[in-house]
Design a binder for this molecule. Sequence first.
Ligand SMILES: Nc1nc2c(ncn2[C@@H]2O[C@H](COP(=O)(O)OP(=O)(O)OP(=O)(O)O)[C@@H](O)[C@H]2O)c(=O)[nH]1
Ligand SMILES: [Mg+2]
Length: 303
Amino acid sequence: MVLGWFKKLKGSLSKSSEKISDGIKKALKSKKIDDETLEQLEELLISSDLGVECSSKITEELRKSKLIDPSSKKVKEIIKKKLNETLIPLEKQINLTNELHVVLIVGVNGVGKTATIGKLAHKFSKDGRKVGMVAADTFRAAAVEQLKIWSERTKSDFFCAKEFSDPAALAYQSILSAKEKKLDLLLIDTAGRLHNKIDLMNELTKIIRVMKKIDESMPNETMLVLDGNIGQNSIKQTEVFKQICDIDSLIVTKLDGSAKGGALVPIAEKLKIPISFIGTGESKEDLARFESDQFCSALLGID
Ligand SMILES: Nc1nc2c(ncn2[C@@H]2O[C@H](COP(=O)(O)OP(=O)(O)OP(=O)(O)O)[C@@H](O)[C@H]2O)c(=O)[nH]1
Ligand SMILES: [Mg+2]
């Protein structure tokens, strides 16, 4: 089971890991770690989106290691060790209890909020949990329809309201219904785009304020979804959301496809917010709990 999951993660990150593996092999042609090799390795790490800061730290570590007869395997282990130092403290597990757990999913448009809700529902239903989804993006009819399809696909309860109705009222009602139905997990989808940014932020503030009327601890958890491909922009997006809500964890999506898997590292390093899950594709299985060691092995192509 665990092995199957790791294989899948490796497959999703294969474009990134092939690029890194080939680059390391090329850099080690001289069979020694000299200035030229280190420069090549640093360039490789930067071009693999690991960020300048992290790439230079790794290069320094490789310099200090004074590897005699360096192999790709040894170099990868040093890189992994350094990445783990940054990423392990940022692992975040979601542990459900027997009480309803309400999760608010936020993020700008197109980052993958709705798809991530579908994938989360699939993951937790497989574990025998009763899951519900709330279409609190009432601004777009298509958004409601998209989430409905995910609810059918994952056999989850679905809560929605009329187009343009108040998402805060919907969220409130849905929590009450979910409690009655004894659901374990309620995932609330929110709008990524309204008329403007201020409207979007006001709406989110209101959703949170109204939820708190049920219980001050609501939402139990807020997850910010970030598109792993957009680099610096993630930092800016996070700052905007941080002004209006407490972000408990990040979900970094779209680490598959192009060789962009490394982009998670500078995001984590700069934001220092725990990462709960990573998205590695468009299907319901393409979501993994964030476990640094596994992620680094997959990214670097280590078995
Ligand atoms: N390759 C890849 N595609 C993804 C991933 N996550 C989401 N997508 C795709 O990205 C696109 C946008 O995803 P949505 O879930 O609609 O994004 P959203 O944040 O809900 O967007 P809005 O509702 O417009 O705010 C869809 O085509 C998804 O299938 C991922 O991890 N990998
Ligand atoms: Mg959406």
